[in-house]
Design a binder for this molecule. Structure first.
Ligand code: FNR
Length: 379
């Protein structure tokens, strides 16, 4: 009704509802540094393009006369009910694109009851973001610090602030070769390195010669080795389990054997993801990695998915290939750039409406009904 009535009243959406146009508009609106921080990818951008191409190779096969009335997007994830199979992916230093950053994102997500996954590289402290999100579901993403005291301290704060679920990102133990950021000397990122969660942390600050306000160089010199490192292996997961009493998911899984290892390590879930093509240039498209992983783990762990989701049809394709829910990255970051909290809400409401309509038009009442039988694949 809202869509038709707004048309009658000649009321237009605040900004475009089309992803490609939204990205183009963000490019006009933002300085090149912030725009490319969001839009950019690793290396030649091959994986970023592959993520989209993989979605395009699958087509939905709509079914008729199924009586898809009374449909609902409600979905059970990790034993809890969500209003839709959609979450907001962790996106770091959001103040680069809008001063309200993660606070705006948490408010918009909370208003719709969708979990927003707060990044360790947040530009507002985890306590501030928790408060902004009110009663909404709170998830926390960990970039795993090399210092166990800092790690335990951050996890303790996240639990105390009411975050229920931990997402541990494994694919970014060093930042990738990202030409767009390199050409701009990572300037927005370094400026944004008021990654408030680390710098507000007592255990992290204890290692700072001076406060970051006094000396940004000293802060960067502490931050980089703290969050960069190759020494983590599967046998370190019990450390996280010991410091987190809620569900734990591993993000960045792209191989079925790693998914099995996650199950064997007792992880509650995985996020099949290549970080939106921002880490390994030439990596397999996330959607192409999904079917084998979903088959390998079955119901033994919760499978979430991200990288390249732009439309309701994309969500349905990922669900049909075995994901329980998807995470969105760049779409809501561009919404944030266009209008803070309202901008994020506009993007999310559009995606949910598209998803709900397309679910019905393909003949389904619930996301749980989707299966590979709903897809046709171009050879
Ligand atoms: C990210 N991503 C990310 N992931 C993470 O675990 N911690 C983080 O701090 C960030 N930061 C971040 C910043 C920006 C600007 C982007 C675009 C992405 C990756 C993110 O969680 C997710 O995996 C991808 O964004 C999904 O791909 P799409 O939807 O952007 O194609």
């Amino acid at each position: 009704n809202e869509i038709y009535l707004h048309g009658l009243e000649d009321r237009h959406p605040p900004f475009t509802t089309d992803f490609t146009a939204l990205e183009a508009s963000a490019r006009e609106r933002l300085e090149p540094g912030p725009f490319w921080y969001v839009a950019g990818a690793a290396g030649s951008g091959a994986t970023d393009r592959a993520n989209r191409a993989a979605f395009d190779r699958y087509r939905l096969v709509p079914r008729m006369l199924t009586g898809a009335t009374g449909r609902s997007l409600r979905t059970t994830v990790l034993g809890g009910e969500l209003p839709a199979p959609v979450l907001l992916a962790p996106v770091g230093v959001q103040s680069i694109v809008h001063p309200d950053g993660e606070l705006a994102t948490a408010r918009a997500a909370s208003a719709l009851g969708l979990p927003s996954v707060l990044s360790t590289a947040s530009s507002h402290t985890l306590e501030e973001v928790a408060e902004a999100g009110g009663d909404g579901p709170r998830w926390f993403q960990l970039y795993w610090p090399n210092d166990d005291d800092v790690c335990a301290s951050i996890l303790g704060r996240a639990r105390a602030a009411g975050y229920s679920t931990l997402v541990v990102t494994l694919d970014t133990w060093t930042l990738a070769w990202r030409p767009h950021d390199l050409d701009r000397a990572y300037l927005p990122f370094i400026r944004g390195i008021g990654t408030a969660i680390a710098f507000s942390d007592p255990a992290f600050r204890a290692g700072l010669a001076k406060s970051p306000e006094e000396d940004l160089i000293s802060a960067v010199l502490r931050w980089v080795p703290m969050f960069t490192g190759t020494d983590k292996t599967w046998d370190r997961l019990p450390f996280l389990r010991a410091h987190w009493d809620g569900p734990i998911l591993l993000k960045g899984i792209q191989h079925a054997d790693d998914a099995r290892r996650a199950v064997n390590a007792g992880m509650d879930g995985i996020v099949v993801s290549n970080h939106g093509g921002r880490q390994v240039d030439g990596a397999v498209a996330a959607l192409d990695a999904l079917p084998a992983i979903a088959e390998a783990v079955g119901d033994r762990t919760e499978v979430l998915f991200d990288s390249g989701v732009r439309t309701g049809a994309d969500v349905l394709k990922a669900l049909a290939l075995g994901a329980k829910a998807v995470l969105l990255g760049r779409p809501y970051a561009y919404g944030l750039a266009h209008g803070g909290e309202d901008g994020v809400r506009h993007v999310l409401r559009g995606l949910l409406a598209d998803l709900e309509i397309t679910l019905g038009l393909t003949g389904h009442r619930s996301p749980a009904e989707l299966s590979p039988d709903d897809l046709w694949r171009e050879r």
